[in-house]
Design a protein around this ligand. Sequence first.
Ligand code: IMP
Ligand code: MG
Length: 175
Amino acid sequence: MADVIKELISEEKVKERIRELGAEISKAYEGKKLHIICILKGSIFFTCELARHITVPVTLDFITVSSYGDGRESTGKVRIVHDLDERIEGKDVLVIEDIVDTGRTLSYLLKMLQERNPASLTLCTLLDKPMRRTHEVKVDYVGFAVPDEFIVGWGLDYAQKYRNLPYIGILGDDE
Ligand code: IMP
Ligand code: MG
C-alpha cells in the first residue's frame, strides 16, 4: 500500500504567506529584539523561511519535544527530549510551531516557558487545525487553517518521512 499525497497548498502560496507573516511580526516587534524558539524537528523548515523575512534583530534557540510516536495519532504524552540552550528571562520570545492540532503540546510547552519569565511570549504556527482543539492555546500568528486531515510537508512528517516536501499535502493511501 503506497502513500498518496495530494497537494493542499502550493509552494508559492506557502512562501507568499510566510513573507506576509514575517512583515507582520517585524512590525509588531519594531524597535525590539526577537528571540525565536524553534520546536524541533517539525518547525525547522518554517523557522528558517520565516526568520529570513523578519527585519528586527533575531536570535535563535531550539527545543525538542516529542508528542507523537510513528503513527498518525498522538501518544498523549509530551516529553522534553532536548531543552533550550539559553535562558529566556526578560526576552521577547516567539515560539514557532509547525501545526497546532489538539493543542496538548503547546499548552504544556507555553506554560513551562512562561514560568521562566520571558518579557513576552507569543506563538506563531504555520498550520492550525482549530476543530481538533482539546487544550486551549492562544495562537498569535497563523499561516493557514487546515482541514482535519493528516498533513505532510514543510516540516510535517509521517513516520519521519515527507518533511522536505516543498508544498503542503494531505496524506492518504491508494486503497
Ligand atoms: P498537538 O499536541 O495535538 O497539538 O500536536 C502537535 C504536534 O503533533 C505537531 O507539532 C506535529 O508534530 C504533530 N501533528 C499534528 N497534526 C499533524 C499532521 O496532520 N501531520 C503531521 N504531524 C502532525
Ligand atoms: Mg511538531
